[in-house]
Design a protein around this ligand. Structure first.
Ligand code: FAD
Length: 289
């Protein structure tokens, strides 16, 4: 269930088909004291080799979509790349940047996904979310904070649905821009091997890939995990990588870049840990750096 193809089995996996269904699962898991995790397309996730206890809720069947006049109301599990393509075909401009990002809409809101100068946050009007106390509430964009790969809902709520806005554009130009972005990605990214995209956030004014390469890590492997020879900020699974292999590479890179350049690289991928307590019951704890 992850693009890295790493991680043990989920004890139970559940694919809700409606927002109400998802809320009910959350409520019942809370009542039963069972840990519950949420994943979208698993394209920014490292799962533990031991697997996940409790219930893993996968949003990919939450895919109702309703187009308006240069707007769209879309559920969390819808494919972001597909939404971008469909917007382009309507002559709706804004999501050109997102055509090559392999996540769900909910994951993209939570990560404030971005590329080629565009971000999700620029197009969000409002978000309907399930909060930790079990309530479902719509929040306007002005009530939320977004930054580089950050949304203030993280750790507090699950995205159920979002309304996005576009500007009028020329269909041909939009689709052409998307094609160019896809070509660029195919040239610069190791798309033929399982990965989770960029592993580290770019530090201000620099690029994580440049620093990793300069520190001598490009192409290095631990177990089945390898720092891509094509793009040093990607770690690829060469066949049988374990989460521990990826974590060991990440740790080695972080230490070395810190020593050589005095820069502390922060993780962009989310790592779901197994320690379960009241806080992590709702949201996975993540390794930040
Ligand atoms: C080849 C490749 C290229 C990539 N390129 C880019 C890029 O250019 N730009 C970029 O920003 N990212 C990129 N990514 C990373 C990834 O695609 C994005 O971060 C994406 O938005 C994650 O969405 P997801 O559904 O896969 O989330 P997941 O990986 O399933 O989850 C990521 C985190 O979000 C949480 N989450 C998921 N859905 C929800 C929800 N509905 N509500 C609350 N929390 C939720 C999960 O619990 C987890 O903590 C790339 C990945 C790959 C594999």
């Amino acid at each position: 269930m992850t693009t890295w193809k790493i991680g043990g089995p989920a004890e139970t996996a559940y694919w809700p088909e409606t927002k109400e269904d998802l809320s009910t699962v959350w409520q019942r898991a809370q009542e039963a004291g069972v840990p519950v995790w949420l994943i979208g397309q698993g394209s920014n996730l490292l799962l533990p080799d031991e697997g996940l206890p409790g219930v893993t809720v996968v949003t990919t069947y939450l895919r109702r979509v309703e187009w308006g006049e240069y707007t769209v109301q879309v559920e969390a599990g819808y494919s972001l790349a597909r939404l971008a393509q469909e917007a382009g075909e309507r002559g709706f401009s804004g999501l050109e940047f997102a055509r090559g990002i392999p996540g769900s809409v909910g994951g993209a809101v939570m990560m404030n996904a971005g590329a080629h100068g565009g971000t999700m946050a620029s197009h969000i009007m409002n978000v309907t979310a399930l909060w930790a106390d079990g309530t479902v509430k719509k929040v306007e964009k002005a009530e939320l904070e977004f930054a580089y790969r950050f949304c203030s809902l993280r750790g507090h709520a699950w995205v159920l649905e979002v309304e996005l806005e576009f500007s009028p554009g020329d269909r041909r130009q939009i689709l052409e821009a998307m094609k160019e972005h896809l070509t660029k990605r195919a040239l610069n990214q190791p798309l033929e091997k399982p990965s989770a995209g960029s592993v580290f956030r770019n530090p201000p004014g620099d690029s994580a890939g440049r620093l990793i390469e300069a520190a001598g890590w490009k192409g290095r492997s631990i177990g089945g995990a390898q720092v891509s020879t094509k793009h040093a900020n990607f770690i690829v699974n060469t066949g049988n990588a374990k989460a521990m292999d990826v974590l060991a590479l990440m740790e080695g890179i972080q230490k070395d870049v810190q020593v050589k350049f005095g820069i502390s690289l922060q993780s962009e991928v989310a790592y779901l840990q197994l320690e379960v307590n009241k806080h992590t019951l709702f949201h996975p704890k993540e390794i930040e750096g």
